[in-house]
Structures are given as C-alpha cells and as structure tokens.
Ligand binder design. Structure first.
Ligand code: MRU
Length: 351
C-alpha cells in the first residue's frame, strides 16, 4: 500500500482518507497550516498517523521560514516555532501522540535553535525517522500480540487501527497481520463505526486489499455476534492510555468492552508506548473531542437527520482499565494491575 503520509521534495503528501473507499487521491501540503487543517478535517487520522503528521507539519513550518530576513534575530525563530507547534496541536485534543510528537520536535528545536539550516535539516530528519520507527514499533506490537491468537479465531475490531492509522502496518490490525505472518488463519469482524464509518470505509478496505477475511457489521450488532459465539477476542487501538490503564478510543469502544466482559471474551488494546500518557492520571482527565453536528445529520451530502436536530457527537469514549484484559505494546504485554505495569515500563521512563 502507498504510504499514508510521506515527506516528499519539501512537501507533505497524504492519502485523503475522507474519500476512501471510493477514491484514492493524494493531497500535497506546502505549509504547516495546510497540514493542521488536514489533521482537523481527518484527511489523516488515527493516533500514530496524526503524530507523524504533526512532526512533519512542524518540520514544514520551520522550512517555510527559509527566506525570512528576521532569522538573524533568535527571538524570531523561537516565537515562530511556538506558533507553528500551537497551530498543529490545536487540531485534535484526544490522541496524545500529537502532543508527544510536538514535544519531541521541541527538543530538537532546543538543541539546534542557534543554527537555522541545521535546525531545519534535523527537524525533517527526525520527522522522517518517526515515520520509520512507527512501522517497526507496529511490527513489534504485532509480534507480541499475535501470541494471544489461535488459528481459526475471529476477532472483532472497531474504528480503524490499521495501516491507514499508522505508518503502514497498524496496531490492532498489525496483530492480525502478524498472526497471519505466523501462519495462523484469523478472521476479522469490523464494526462500521458510526458516525464517521472508519470501520466500514477504512478497515474493511485495507483488509480486503491485503486479502484478510473480513465481515462488516453495524455497531449495534456487536452484542448479537458475541452471543452467537462468533468472536474469540476484541482488539482495538487507543488514542490515549492514562497512567492507570483507562483507555480513550473511538466512540463505541467502551460499549464493546462491557459486552466482551458480559460474554467472557478477552478485550485487548494494542498501542505504542507513545500512546500511554503518564501525565494523565485517569480516564476522567482525558479530553474528549466533540465533532461537528453535521457528521451526524449528513453523510456525504445526504441528510440522515433534520439539519437543526440537537446532536451530541463525542468522537471518543473511555474504557475503564478494569474491562481490559491486556494492553499490547511494542515492549511487552501488560496485564492488570495496569497502574504498576505502566509505571514500570522502561520505554516510558526514557522519554
Ligand atoms: O477519529 P479517528 O479516526 O482519528 O480515531 C481513531 C481511533 O480511534 C483509533 O482506534 C486510534 O487512533 C488508534 S489508531 C492505531
């Protein structure tokens, strides 16, 4: 599959995920404000992918300053950098990867702010490295997570935590891919994921592209398929995992966790360490994005409810740690009690 995002000849190229599965079109971004708009409008989405987009957007913003005469004034560069990072991070509040990536770029800025040419070069190099690292991290998540699956299992997933949400392999779907690479036959049931249909439009599309068997259901069918014995595990991604293991992910995830517990089905969260936020104590502290009412009253121009209907459209919900069987990271599988398990992670302490 063509990369979801790519740094190319001084621009940032993104696959426009709003148009899938009908159309495969790429958007070339020449400035950081365009990148910010594309994150907000969901041209690119999924926590790891928007982290990479944030890093590339910040690198692009600094590259835009190239011919500015004020560059000789050190205060100018610092102010501009802050404004660029603010524009990028003001786009979506829930996925912590966005802020994690901006902080990583800020460290590069502090190291190289005294030489603009060096700074520019390093920011681009680090943004590109983050893209490559994410792919490797996803492979490791996949290798760790696939051990939980047996051949013949059907997993239920929600939203899209796949190649399209990352640098190209996926977290939850990375586990499915890795199980396939280990010779196990895995079937996927994809919840359509109202209102934005990431499951129907994106997960189904990318699994079909890879020849992985997938069956689409509406979100409201999840309880039924579990009761019918059709699901052996639920695997989802995450937008932010609090220090106690409470996990924010696409709206509807919490309902699946409750249903899984009722049916004694394991509920797994697959996510990189960059999605764990030790500074967020519990799920109550995770900011939940609310999106435009139009996403619920319209679908691509077709009215699905009367235009002035009162709408509540939270994009994410929080699954309490007590409903999670294991968190699959690139370092290892975490099991309850998640608070101490998260606190002991080597990879988190280094960052
Ligand atoms: O609103 P989205 O499409 O950005 O939401 C994405 C999700 O909820 C994913 O499950 C999550 O970001 C993990 S992606 C590997």
């Amino acid at each position: 599959m063509h990369p979801v995002i790519e740094w190319k000849d001084g621009t940032v190229v993104m696959l426009d995920q709003r148009l899938l599965p009908g159309e495969k079109k790429f958007i070339v971004h020449h400035g950081h404000l365009e990148v910010a708009a594309s994150i907000k409008d969901m041209v690119i989405r999924g926590a790891p992918a928007i982290g990479i987009a944030a890093a590339m957007g910040i690198a692009l913003g600094v590259a835009e300053l190239e011919n500015r005469p004020e560059l000789s004034d050190p205060g100018f560069l610092e102010n501009e950098f802050k404004a660029i990072a603010r524009a990028i991070t003001a786009t979506r509040p829930t996925a912590v990867n966005l802020f994690w990536a901006a902080e990583r770029m800020e460290k590069v800025f502090q190291r190289h702010k005294n030489s603009y040419p060096r700074l520019r070069q390093e920011l681009i190099a680090v943004a590109m490295a983050m893209d490559e690292e994410d792919f490797e991290i996803n492979r490791r998540i996949g290798r760790n997570g696939q051990k939980l699956l047996k051949t013949g299992n059907t997993i239920l997933t929600h939203c899209n935590a796949g190649a399209l949400a990352t640098s190209g392999y996926g977290t939850a779907l990375g586990v499915v891919r890795a199980a396939g690479e280990a010779g196990k036959k895995i079937n996927v049931i994809a919840g359509e994921t109202r209102p934005y249909l990431q499951g129907a439009r994106l997960t189904v599309w990318e699994l079909q592209e890879d020849g992985i068997p997938v069956t689409l259901i509406t979100d409201s069918m999840a309880g039924h398929v579990m009761k019918m014995g059709m699901v052996q595990a639920v695997i989802v991604g995450a937008d932010r995992i609090a220090a106690n293991g409470d996990t924010a992910n696409k709206i509807g995830t919490y309902s699946l966790a409750v249903l899984a517990r009722h049916h004694a089905i394991p509920f797994y969260v697959a996510a990189p360490l960059s999605t764990i936020d030790p500074r967020t104590a519990t799920g109550n502290d995770i900011p939940i994005e609310e999106r435009d009412a139009a996403e619920m009253t319209n679908f691509r121009g077709t009215m699905t409810a009367r235009p002035h209907t009162v709408v509540f459209n939270p994009a994410f919900d929080v699954t309490p740690a007590t409903l999670i069987t294991s968190i699959i990271t690139e370092e290892k599988l975490l099991f309850p009690d998640f608070g101490p398990a998260i606190a002991s992670l080597e990879g988190l302490r280094r960052k």
